[in-house]
Ligand binder design. Structure first.
Ligand code: THU
Length: 129
């Protein structure tokens, strides 16, 4: 799957974001190594700390369906700047795919491409336990 299609899927997933508190919808699409794609949006609650990001929604959907190896994540928001995954999401993605590619989208449809290792240098992982 090409990057633009994955970004389009992330953008479409943003429409389901449940964000009555932040009014900040985010969409994500995670391409697995087997070619399947899992999408996600952020979901918030009145107890603010229970919000889950779009990226982790997509990741948990994929892992709960038995997927463990991922190729590329696309994440996007209605922002002028490129939307990058938060620290918790970076760490959780690193658990499964340190070599993940990360596409960060913005309102106008443009995007940047990063490696997860670039976004999370000196990562903590199972080897450090
Ligand atoms: N959020 C995401 O879903 N992904 C990100 O990469 C950044 C932040 C969500 C969490 C919360 O629902 C809202 O955006 C504001 O922080």
């Amino acid at each position: 799957m090409d990057d633009m299609t994955l970004l389009r899927m992330a953008h479409d997933a943003m429409k389901n974001a449940y964000v009555p508190y932040s009014n900040f919808p985010v969409g994500a699409a995670l391409l697995c190594e087997d070619g399947s794609v899992y999408t996600g949006c952020n979901v918030e609650g009145a107890s603010y700390g229970n919000a889950i990001c779009a990226e982790r929604t997509a990741l948990c959907k994929a892992v709960s369906e038995g997927k463990r190896r991922f190729d590329t994540l696309a994440v996007t928001a209605n922002t002028e700047d490129f939307c990058t995954p938060c620290g918790i999401c970076r760490q959780m993605l690193y658990e499964f795919s340190p070599d993940l590619r990360v596409l960060c989208g913005s309102r106008d449809g443009s995007h940047t491409v990063h490696s997860l290792k670039e976004l999370l240098p000196c990562a903590f992982s199972a080897k450090d336990l």
